[in-house]
Design a binder for this molecule. Structure first.
Ligand SMILES: [Zn+2]
Length: 262
């Protein structure tokens, strides 16, 4: 009997020891998870800032591109106007030749009727010529306007490109600095996760993906602070025992018991 009693006592002692060491392991696990979550939050935050900066950097490039396109558009318009002007000038030259020819022909005309007919042709051609000359003048005005606009736009582009290059390199430097910090935290994360069971990391990562970046939730006053739902009393009591990792039945986050004063 004594032997048996002693054995039972020993067994109970072992159980208690096991429980205590189990609790310590769990505590350690929870601490690691909390640290992991903190690192992930920091990395997430930095990535958000970084992508905002990347957006601003892209916008700088887009603004320059837009102005560059406006310049190209104006150059195209100018080329078109020049070629229209050339075409009009060619027509003008042809009309002038026609008039000169008709005038030369007139000298050889014998009848009055023919003379009048050619005369009408010439005056029609002159009228046409006047219209062409007006159109050429219009083109010249348009060309001057476009050329002026182009000069202004080009100098704006030059200034903009210079400013943008400066601003872009500032943004890039900020992005790089954040990347440097992210890399440092990734190293920290790796050091941490290498000391954690793979299954736990997998559970954590899956939860994080499903639960907007938060795999852990604080349990307090019988509630899960992750989803603000009441926890079943038995589950809440089990949290105090610190025997196993427990999840919120509503949001599945891993629960960490924190009392009000903590
Ligand atoms: Zn929850």
């Amino acid at each position: 009997m004594l032997h048996t009693d002693g054995s039972i006592q020993k067994h109970n002692q072992l159980l208690i020891q096991k429980k205590v060491s189990g609790g310590t392991v769990l505590k350690k696990k929870l601490e690691m998870l909390e640290e992991l979550q903190e690192i992930e939050q920091v990395i997430d935050g930095m990535k958000t800032v970084q992508s905002g900066l990347q957006g601003e950097l892209d916008d700088i490039g887009l603004a320059v591109d837009a102005t560059r396109q406006e310049v190209a558009g104006l150059e195209e318009r100018l080329t078109l106007l020049e070629s229209e002007k050339s075409a009009l000038e060619a027509t003008q030259a042809t009309e002038l030749e026609n008039i000169t020819r008709s005038e030369t022909n007139m000298k050889e005309i014998k009848t009055n009727k023919e003379f009048q007919a050619v005369g009408r042709e010439i005056s029609a051609a002159r009228k046409q010529l006047t219209e062409i000359e007006e159109q050429i003048l219009q083109k010249i005005t348009q060309i001057d306007e476009s050329a002026g606009e182009l000069t202004t736009k080009k100098s704006a582009l030059g200034e903009m490109a210079e400013n943008s290059a400066e601003r872009a390199s500032e943004k890039q430097a900020e992005i790089d600095k954040i990347q440097h910090d992210i890399d440092a935290d990734v190293v920290r994360r790796e050091a941490l996760t290498s000391a954690m069971p793979a299954s736990l990391i997998k559970r954590f990562t899956t939860l994080r993906d499903q639960r907007r970046g938060r795999a852990l939730a604080i349990a307090r006053d019988g509630y899960c602070m992750g989803c603000n739902m009441q926890l079943p009393p038995q589950l809440y009591n089990n949290l105090y025992k610190q025997e196993e990792l427990l999840s919120c039945p509503h949001c599945q986050r891993i629960l960490i018991l924190k009392l009000q004063q903590q």
